[in-house]
Write a protein that binds this ligand. Structure first.
Ligand code: G3I
Ligand code: 9MR
Length: 551
């Protein structure tokens, strides 16, 4: 063995696109000199060979990284790369991400509350109805004169947030937004795109059927007496490893919060303009959504600092956020785009909207995205040019990281927090949108290259999406996958991802270096849970890249 111990080939395990950059990395904890590599096709014929690049230290993994560029491969097929005595098999194809995007979408169906998953649509993952959520108690923290503590309300449907069975408005907000944005940005594709869900034969696009499952729940989280929105619907504590049908604990709506009201207002306003085109199929739905949005926004204006404060008897996810200036801007932007009502325009201050990469607690970039994608509608009133410049500033930073970092990925210092793979997904999404807005191919090139990260060209060797890749995440902190009798996890789910927090205290982490601090076990809720907000940008990005590649 001429190689020092511990060298790894890191590659996109789902595949490389025929006409795009194809990077493979060799990583090692110890530095090494350039090494010869060879790539052979299925017939054993050498198609590319050369020397690996000089190494660079990858700070986030503390590994030395060499790059191998096999972009010149110009024929579809299965290839094997050999670097000394290490080898890996990879695929090159015209279109690589269609099945992946479909699976990422199907996760929402599998995470639906209040329904049976039938064998027809769920196959081995069929399961009986659980959590109807038609008898939900008003928690003391949410009590009002009209709805005192213990009042029973009905709030069925929605998606389970994650590996747990609770439903949180804040995190539903960004997740639903991202799916709606996919439709708003690629209407031609999604209007006709069929997904394998029960509503597929009705008259509205399948993506909007799935989104409506969650919107219907969100609408039920608003108190019609004052427009306030409950922060979450939850048991008092997390359940054990059980299927939905075995969940028997009481569930509550907990505390109205400003962040919930604004997330709700933004998403329902956006949804209203999209579902307005389906008035014949869903009479009154668009009007119901905008009315709900306006009353939630009014509530938030009257209650601008009601931050979520976890009651002493509640132990489930917090999604707490003590800075809602970004949510205020986001809601005002969505309301103005949909209604053209100047009252909302008066609340928009583009100068005050930050850029960067969004996550559930930071939604300013969602406001920028909506401004730039609805520019014609609001051009006379809103400073679209500034919003576009801010948006592109972030995209340029991401592109620079992809082009100049040791590992040629968009992930850098500051990106490795709980849910780092959601960050990676959102980075891809921003790069794709920058290409769509600006027409600059270099953003698209960076998006394709960055897309390798979640699929194996990372520091762990895992393809982070269940059911895909040669070494795929298969033991997520996802109660359904853990409690059912199927060996394979529900497919199409992206793991939360590496970061050095290790809050779960689980055994088996290979390292505390941020990019390597990941373990594929049920135990690891801080690196290996799955959520609706992390899957959403994976879905958006893989569907968009598929769509763009097909054009
Ligand atoms: O934003 C700060 C950042 O400024 C700081 O530098 C960094 C250093 O640790 O922390 C960042 O905050 C982190 C925050 O996520 C945002 O990334 C916190 O440390 C981290 O503890 C927090 O984790 C959240 C986790 O719940 C624990 O509260 C995740 O974002 C959030 O996705 C996760 O959500 C859970 C739900 O509560 C329950 N359902 C499952 C879901 C996923 O695990
Ligand atoms: O299972 C819970 C997971 O869905 C949450 O994201 C996570 C963080 O809030 O908490 C998990 O529950 C753990 C609890 O917080 C502590 N005891 C172990 C639980 C996991 O089995």
């Amino acid at each position: 063995d001429a190689l020092p111990a511990g060298k790894n080939i890191r590659y996109n395990q789902v595949g490389y696109h025929l006409n795009r950059e194809k990077l493979i990395n060799l990583t090692s904890e110890t530095d090494f000199e350039p090494l010869p590599y060879t790539v052979v096709d299925a017939d054993g014929v050498t198609v590319v060979s050369g020397m690996t690049s000089a190494t660079q230290l990858w700070n986030e993994s503390q590994e030395y990284v060499a790059t191998i560029d096999v972009s010149e491969i110009s024929t579809e097929g299965i290839y094997v790369i050999t670097v000394d005595d290490e080898e890996a098999e990879f695929r090159v194809s015209e279109n690589v991400y269609e099945a992946l995007s479909e699976a990422a979408f199907k996760y929402y169906y599998y995470n639906r509350a209040s329904t049976e998953i039938t064998a027809g649509y769920g196959g081995d993952y069929a399961r009986p109805l659980g959590l109807p959520d038609t008898e939900i108690l008003v928690h003391s923290s949410a009590a009002s004169d009209a709805r005192p503590e213990g009042t029973v309300i009905s709030a069925p449907k929605g998606w389970y947030d994650a590996g747990d069975y609770n439903k949180y408005i804040v995190n539903s907000g960004i997740s639903t937004y991202t799916l709606l944005a996919a439709f708003e940005h690629y209407p031609d594709y999604f209007e006709t795109k069929a997904y394998d869900i029960p509503e597929t034969s009705n008259a509205i696009p399948d993506i909007l059927d799935e989104i409506k499952w969650n919107l219907d729940w969100m609408l039920a989280m608003q108190d019609p007496n004052d427009g306030g929105v409950y922060h979450k619907l939850t048991g008092l504590n997390f359940q054990g490893i059980i299927m939905p049908a075995d969940y028997t604990a009481d569930r509550y709506v907990v505390q109205k919060s400003t962040s919930a009201a604004l997330n709700f207002a933004a998403v329902t306003a956006m949804a209203s303009r999209i579902y307005a085109n389906y008035e014949a199929e869903l009479p009154g739905y668009s009007a119901q959504l905008i009315a709900a949005s306006e009353s939630a926004y009014t509530w938030a204006q009257a209650n601008p600092t009601v931050y979520y404060d976890q009651p002493d008897d509640v132990f489930t996810g917090e999604y707490g956020d003590n800075n809602v200036s970004d949510e205020f801007q986001w809601a005002a932007v969505e309301l103005f785009i949909t209604t053209s009502d100047q009252t909302y325009n008066n609340d928009i201050d583009v100068e005050a909207i930050g850029n960067g990469v969004p996550f559930w607690g930071y939604t300013a970039p969602l406001a920028l995205i909506s401004i730039v994608n609805n520019a014609e509608q609001i051009d006379n009133d809103v400073d679209v040019a500034s919003a576009t410049a801010k948006f592109l500033e972030t995209a340029n930073q991401l592109k620079d990281k992809v082009n100049n970092s040791a590992m040629r990925v968009a992930m850098g210092s500051g990106d490795y927090n709980w849910g780092s793979n959601g960050q990676a997904g959102n980075q891809m999404m921003l790069l794709i949108q920058a290409y769509q807005i600006d027409g600059d191919d270099t953003f698209l090139d960076a998006a394709f290259t960055a897309s390798d990260y979640l699929l194996g060209r990372n520091a762990t060797g895992y393809c982070f999406v269940s059911g895909f890749g040669d070494l795929s995440m298969n033991n997520p902190h996802h109660r359904i996958s853990e409690a059912d009798t199927v060996f394979d996890a529900v497919p199409g789910m992206v793991a939360g991802g590496p970061h050095s927090g290790q809050q779960d205290g689980c055994p088996g982490y290979p390292s505390t270096d941020p990019a390597r601090s990941y373990v594929d076990t049920w135990c690891s809720y801080s690196s290996n849970e799955v959520t609706i907000n992390w899957n959403a940008p994976l879905f958006y990005s893989t569907a968009a890249l598929y769509r763009i590649q097909e054009e």
